[in-house]
Design a protein around this ligand. Structure first.
Ligand code: FUM
Length: 580
């Protein structure tokens, strides 16, 4: 494909058609600027559709909650690593964001008197997780899609972005190709919003599907001159499916435990009593994941290398009403009726708490014209994200990023363009095309095995160094990937791009994990089991010729008026509150 790219212009270009991207596009459109969305998959198929259990806001439907308590829970469970101004915005604006979704018709569960129902999620002091059965992400995505469609904002589907168009520290668009036809297009814009998700598909067990969350957006941002923060902070969800192979790592929502699900080891012991006797299965995610990991690693796991999650003591009606997707998932994948038999589960890489460093108010990245929102960013979750906070983040900061991008578009004097940036982006893509003796999918699988072994639930200097060494071999293999059009189109080119994006993401993650000589939240070092006395963020940036530099920075302080809440004793035991 050497013909010149098509040119398309708009004011605000949104990369990513998940919840953050859609909410950003709605905001930009409503600010009266010409907006368009590029999605790498089909329009209703973004990863958001897999988010299951819920979305948080301190609505106080059942408990005396307010945004300050939501702030305190988020900050404390993030092990003092998150950015307080960002958390404050998240928690203050969450109620408005949820009420807006409800007003747009999102089918959230309601109490008998019509208020938005809220359920417990791990490590929240109060019930603040709104939900639509166990398909909340699907419900949020469909609601936002309907708003985007109503406004006539175009979504260009199956379009893979290979480069951001940048020149002189300004981002003015993206270079992309159609995965079906291979057609190249340069999208020129006044502002770009990156909403492309995280990088957790780079682990062997992952709650992401094939061809999503390989860290593409993080790599694009890094190449554009952005900083990536705390990349080593990868959340392992405690409960992913163990088998069969095509389902390995698939999410078993925390709502299962929120509804009263109990964890057992192969000896029939309800082991959470040894790890967090107060909160049991509703302990923080990092602690439940570590507990499951230890039980499995010490030989108390089941036949498929997992522990057991049981809901058979609950009413069948409760399971069918509150956990319909999980019920179906186990029937389809394993022919298992969860109302009668227990599920085997294992930790699975689920969420990137690290990502592009952004300024909280606008979610500007520091590169002019480039904004980011959702999982591709870092800031609100610190070292351990509370379940339900990610969907909240998508809508709160998607809106903010979209508004900020629109403001830039409306106030920009002259559009920034650069012919040489365009040529360079074309060459960067064409360099991947051609015959080779390696295939992208096995290379990606090799990377995922390497990250799981070297940088999994528990890491050490030795495992991280080994993984860093092995990364060099993958780098060599990546230069020999076979990329040709096939009957399926240009999927191989998308996967070759994914390998190229994955490499700096893996390196930043491994280097961060090696440099962080402590255990904090989701980052567990067997050779440094204690938390360091003072928290620090680790920031990675390109220092020329693809070399990554890393630097430690002190996080911002929590405002004095919010500090008293941080010192409160842990939330009371969840037992007895779940089944009212
Ligand atoms: O377990 C879950 O349903 C996941 C929720 C989340 O990651 O926020």
């Amino acid at each position: 494909m050497s013909e010149s790219p098509a040119l398309v212009t708009c004011n605000v270009l949104v990369l990513g058609a998940g919840a953050a991207g859609l909410r950003a596009a709605i905001a930009a459109h409503d600010a009266a600027v010409d907006t368009m969305i590029l999605g790498s998959r089909g329009r209703a198929d973004a990863h958001t559709a897999l988010a299951a259990g819920g979305i948080n806001a301190a609505l106080g439907t059942h408990d005396p909650d307010d945004w300050r308590q939501h702030f305190a829970d988020t900050y404390v469970e993030g092990h003092a690593l998150a950015d307080p101004p960002a958390i404050e915005l998240l928690c203050r604006e969450a109620p408005r964001a949820l009420e807006e979704l409800a007003a747009w018709g999102c089918p959230f569960a309601r109490t008998p008197d019509g208020r938005l129902d809220q359920r417990y999620f791990g490590a929240h002091r109060h019930r603040r997780t709104c939900y639509a059965g166990d398909y909340t992400g699907r419900a949020v995505l469909d609601t936002l899609l309907a708003q985007v469609t109503r406004r006539g904002v175009p979504i260009v589907e199956q379009t893979y972005v290979s480069s951001l168009l940048c020149d002189g520290g300004v981002c003015f668009g993206a270079y992309a190709f159609d995965v079906a036809t291979g057609r190249r297009t340069a999208y020129l814009a006044d502002a770009v919003v990156l909403a492309t998700g995280g990088h957790t598909r780079l682990w062997r067990y992952s709650s992401s599907r094939r061809d999503e969350n390989y860290g593409d957006g993080m790599a694009l941002a890094l190449a554009a001159g952005c900083e990536l923060g705390d990349m080593e902070m990868v959340q392992f969800h405690p409960t992913g499916m163990t088998h069969p192979e095509e389902w390995a790592g698939a999410l078993v929502t925390e709502a299962v435990r929120g509804e009263g699900g109990k964890l057992f080891n192969a000896a029939g012991e309800r082991f959470m009593g040894r790890y967090d006797p107060d909160r049991m299965e509703l302990s923080a995610r990092d602690r439940v994941a570590a507990a499951n990991y230890v039980e499995i690693a010490e030989g108390r796991g089941g036949p498929h290398g997992g522990v057991f999650l049981d809901v058979s003591h609950l009413d069948r009606e409760q399971i069918t009403e509150k956990l319909p997707r999980i019920q179906r998932q186990f029937l389809e994948a394993q022919m298992l009726d969860i109302t009668a038999g227990h599920m085997e589960v294992t930790p699975t890489a689920h969420y990137a708490m690290g990502g592009v460093v952004v300024e909280p108010e606008s979610h500007g990245t520091g590169v002019d014209g480039l904004y980011a929102a959702g999982e591709v960013t870092t800031g609100v979750h610190g070292a351990n994200r509370l379940g339900g906070n990610s969907l909240t983040e998508t809508v709160v900061f998607g809106r903010r990023a979209g508004e900020a991008a629109a403001t830039r578009a409306r106030t920009l004097g002259a559009a920034h363009r650069s012919g040489s940036a365009l040529v360079e982006a074309g060459e960067h893509l064409e360099a991947l095309v051609g015959p080779g003796d390696a295939f992208a999918l096995p290379v990606l699988r090799h990377l995922r095995d390497l990250m799981w072994r070297g940088c999994g639930v528990v890491r050490s200097a030795a495992s991280l160094r080994e993984a860093l060494g092995a990364l060099d071999d993958v780098r060599l293999a990546s230069a020999r990937i076979d990329v040709q059009p096939s009957p399926g189109g240009w999927v191989d080119l998308a996967r070759a791009c994914a390998v190229r994006a994955a490499l700096p993401c893996c390196e930043a993650t491994l280097r961060g994990a090696l440099a962080r000589e402590e255990s904090r939240g989701a980052h567990r070092r067997s050779d440094h089991p204690e938390e360091a006395p003072s928290p620090y963020n680790l920031v990675v940036a390109e220092r020329g010729r693809g070399t990554l530099g890393i630097e430690a920075r002190a996080p911002r302080r929590v405002p004095d008026e919010l500090r008293p809440l941080l010192a409160e004793p842990p939330a009371e035991a969840a037992a007895g509150k779940l089944l009212e």
